[in-house]
Design a protein. Structure first.
Length: 74
């Protein structure tokens, strides 16, 4: 059986048939996990921390549209 590590992604990763978002916790083969960590694409997590949900993203509200004050036509 292959050794695996759980990591939290610092970048989004997309490939043929899969996609992972920033903050997602995934399990990778040891060699691949080490490469991701070295390249600052992921950070290793403790096994007990794997059940913690990733932090929520800040939600930005859309700015209100400003309309010009026009005089009504006569």
């Amino acid at each position: 059986m292959m050794n695996t590590l759980k990591v939290r992604l610092l970048t989004a990763i997309v490939g043929h048939g899969f996609h992972h978002s920033v903050g997602e916790i995934i399990e990778l083969p040891h060699g691949e996990a080490v490469r991701f960590i070295e390249r600052k694409m992921a950070e290793a997590i403790a096994p007990e921390a794997a059940t913690v949900a990733p932090p929520l993203r800040a939600i930005r509200t859309a700015p209100k549209k400003k309309t010009a004050n026009r005089k009504p036509k006569k």
